[in-house]
Design a binder for this molecule. Structure first.
Ligand SMILES: [Zn+2]
Length: 113
């Protein structure tokens, strides 16, 4: 499985490593040269075709309160505020992801700003 990283974060981390070192002038020269090569390599890597993951949860639709199938009619996305999709029985179903904004429903109420 592929994992993706933020290019700017990688370059910043490489630069941060050099700042941590307490090197002599000669060692610092070679360390900077190596870090420059690493930054150049990371800068030239092709960008992956990925989208940021949005995290949300199903609400009751009237507030930020978590959806409760026993008391609430439809689940609403805490990110886009749209209701979930219909299931085959004519009701709505709280799916693992929002069918409209593609948010992953893995947040807790307190996590949502
Ligand atoms: Zn949504």
């Amino acid at each position: 499985m592929s994992e993706y990283i933020d290019r700017e974060a990688a370059i910043s981390a490489i630069r941060g490593e050099l700042e941590k070192e307490n090197l002599s002038n000669a060692a610092s020269h070679y360390a900077r040269q190596g870090m420059g090569t690493a930054i150049s390599v990371v800068s030239k890597l092709p960008a992956a075709d990925v989208a940021p993951v949005v995290h949300a949860y199903w609400t009751d639709g009237n507030s930020t309160k978590r959806y409760d199938p026993k008391t609430d009619i439809y689940p609403y996305c805490s990110n886009c505020r749209k209701p979930s999709a219909y299931d085959c029985g004519g009701g709505h179903v709280a799916t693992p992801g929002c069918p409209w904004c593609h948010a992953v429903m893995d947040l807790q109420e307190a996590d949502h700003a």
